[in-house]
Design a protein around this ligand. Structure first.
Ligand code: SF4
Length: 472
C-alpha cells in the first residue's frame, strides 16, 4: 500500500509549471480567499492551497468580496459542519452574478461524498470546481481549466476505498502563523469506526517518508517556529519507515527551543513506548489527547473501536504514572445509537474516574454511508440531555484538575496582545491570559516568544497570571 501512493515528482513539477502559466493568464492584483471548515488537517490543507494559489499569482484577500478565487475547504464529520459550508456556499451566487470571472471551488471531505457532489452540481451551478481530498495538488490545473471556460470541473480520484489516497510532497505551504505550524505525517484512516466518515472521504492510511517529515520539522525550527503539531487521523499507525515513537523522538532532537505536539492517538494503538518517549523529552508537550468515545464496552464494540474501557483505563494509568502532570484530553460521543441510560452512566463514571483536563463532547450525528447511521437511533432530546449532563460533570472535573497549576510558574508561548490582554498557551495546551509587570519589555511578550508566567488565577479550562521578570 505504501508504494505507489506517492504522487510522482514530475506530476508535482507539472502542476507548479501550470501555476506559473495561470500567473500569466490572470495578470496582476488578483486575490484568493480560502474558507476552512473542520479539523487541523483541513487547516494544513488550506495552507497548501494558499501556497499553490500564491504561486499562481494570487495574494490573500481580507474578505471574500475582494477575491477572484474563492475556495471552500469543507468538513464532513458532522451534519452541522456540512450545512454551514453549504449555506456559506449559497452566498457565492451573488458574487458570481456580480462578476462571472470569479472562480469558485469546493474541496475537502464534503466534496468526497457522492450525494453532496450531486447536490452541489444540481443546486449550486455557480460552483466552478469540485475536487477531492487527495487532488489538492492539482489546484493549478483545475483553476487553469476553469479560467479557460470549463464548467463544473469535478476532480475526484474515484476507485475503491482501498485504492484511494495519495501523498504529494513538494507542494508549497503559505502558513497562517510565523511560529505555530501543522505538519501532516500521514493521511487517511483504516479503522472504520462505525460512526465515522473519515475512511470514506480521506482514503486509506498512507504515511509520508520520515526523511521528508523530519526535514520539514528541521526547516521549521530553523525558521523560528516554536509550536509544531504532527498531524494524522491516528498518528500511532504512522508507517513511514520508522514507528511513530521513533519519529517523535527524532523530531524532538533538533537544536532550538520549540515544542512538539501530536494528534490524534487511537487508544488501541497508543503504546507505552510512545508515553516513554514523551516523558524523555522536554520538547514534547505534556499533553495527550486520547479519544475514549464511550465508557461502555458494548457501545465501544458497536463503535468498532477495538479496545475495552479496562484497556483504556490501563493506558490512562500508564500516562499518569510516567507523566503525572500531563494534561489528558478526550472525545466522547453522547447518544450513540442504542445507547441505554445505564451505558451512558458508565461513560459518566469512566470520565469521572480518569479526570480529563478537557473533553470534546459531541451529540451523535449520523453520517450517511456509515454503519452507525443504519442502527437504531435514539431521540435527539435524549442525546442533548446526556450531552448536558456530561458537560456539567466535565466542568467540575476540569476545574478541580486545573487547580494544580495555581501558584506555579509555567512556560508559555505568547500569542501576543489584543485589546490590552496578552494571551498564550502552555505546554499542557491551556490558554492563559497574563499581565506584564511594570518595566517588563513588551518586545519580550510579543507573539511567538516563550516566557515564564506565574499562575495567579484558575478557571475551569483557562488560566491567568503575570509574566515573571526573570525570563527564559
Ligand atoms: S480512528 Fe475512527 S474516529 Fe478516528 S478517523 Fe479513523 S475511523 Fe474516524
Amino acid at each position: 500500500m505504501q508504494n505507489g501512493i506517492f504522487v510522482p515528482e514530475e506530476e508535482i513539477k507539472r502542476q507548479l509549471a501550470i501555476a506559473r502559466e495561470v500567473r500569466s493568464l490572470i495578470g496582476e492584483g488578483k486575490k484568493v480567499f480560502v474558507s476552512t471548515f473542520g479539523c487541523q488537517q483541513n487547516e494544513a490543507d488550506s495552507e497548501r492551497l494558499l501556497g499553490l494559489a500564491s504561486l499562481m499569482g494570487y495574494t490573500k484577500a481580507e474578505s471574500i468580496d475582494d477575491a477572484q478565487l474563492i475556495i471552500f475547504n469543507t468538513c464532513a464529520i458532522r451534519e452541522h459542519a456540512e450545512l454551514k459550508a453549504l449555506s456559506k456556499a449559497g452566498a457565492l451566487r451573488k458574487i458570481k452574478e456580480r462578476d462571472k470571472s470569479v472562480i469558485t471551488a469546493v474541496c475537502g471531505c464534503m466534496a468526497e461524498q457522492p450525494h453532496r457532489r450531486e447536490q452541489i452540481l444540481k443546486s449550486y451551478p455557480y460552483i466552478d470546481i469540485i475536487f477531492g481530498t487527495d487532488r489538492l495538488h492539482t489546484l493549478p490545473e483545475t483553476v487553469k481549466n476553469a479560467i479557460l471556460g470549463e464548467k463544473h470541473g469535478v476532480y475526484i480520484s474515484g476507485g475503491s476505498h482501498d485504492e484511494f489516497g495519495t501523498v504529494a510532497e513538494g507542494v508549497p505551504s503559505l502558513r497562517e502563523s510565523s511560529y505555530k505550524a501543522w505538519v501532516p505525517i500521514m493521511y487517511g484512516c483504516n479503522n472504520f469506526c462505525s460512526y465515522c466518515v473519515v475512511p470514506y472521504v480521506r482514503g486509506r492510511e498512507r504515511s509520508r517518508k520520515s526523511k521528508d517529515v523530519l526535514a520539514e520539522i528541521e526547516g521549521l525550527v530553523k525558521s523560528g517556529y516554536k509550536d509544531i503539531t504532527l498531524l494524522g487521523q491516528n498518528v500511532n499507525s504512522y508507517d513511514g519507515d520508522l514507528s511513530f515513537p521513533k519519529l517523535l523522538e527524532k523530531a524532538a532532537g533538533f537544536e532550538g527551543d520549540y515544542l512538539l505536539r501530536f494528534m490524534t492517538s487511537h487508544p488501541k494503538d497508543a503504546t507505552r513506548e510512545l508515553v516513554d518517549v514523551m516523558a524523555s523529552s522536554p520538547k514534547i508537550a505534556p499533553h495527550f489527547h486520547l479519544p475514549m468515545q464511550s465508557g461502555d464496552n458494548r457501545i465501544l464494540k458497536m463503535m468498532n473501536r477495538r479496545y475495552t474501557v479496562e484497556q483504556y483505563m490501563e493506558k490512562a494509568a500508564y500516562i499518569r504514572e510516567k507523566l503525572p502532570d500531563a494534561a489528558l484530553t478526550s472525545d466522547i460521543i453522547c447518544g450513540f445509537p442504542t445507547e441505554t441510560e445505564e451505558e451512558f452512566e458508565n461513560t459518566l463514571k469512566a470520565v469521572d474516574a480518569v479526570g480529563f483536563d478537557m473533553l470534546f463532547a459531541f451529540v451523535y450525528s449520523p453520517r450517511p454511508g456509515t454503519p452507525a447511521a443504519k442502527m437504531e437511533q435514539i431521540p435527539h432530546e435524549v442525546k442533548t440531555a446526556r450531552f448536558a449532563r456530561l458537560s456539567e460533570l466535565e466542568n467540575k472535573r476540569a476545574s478541580e484538575l486545573n487547580r494544580r497549576f495555581a501558584g506555579r510558574t509555567l512556560k508559555v508561548l505568547s500569542d501576543g496582545c489584543e485589546n490590552g490582554i496578552y494571551t498564550g498557551r502552555t505546554g499542557h495546551n491551556k490558554i492563559i491570559t497574563f499581565a506584564l509587570p511594570e518595566g517588563f519589555p513588551e518586545e519580550k511578550a510579543k507573539s511567538g516568544r516563550f516566557l515564564n508566567v506565574r499562575v495567579d488565577g484558575v478557571q475551569a479550562y483557562t488560566l491567568s497570571g503575570t509574566a515573571e521578570k526573570e525570563q527564559i
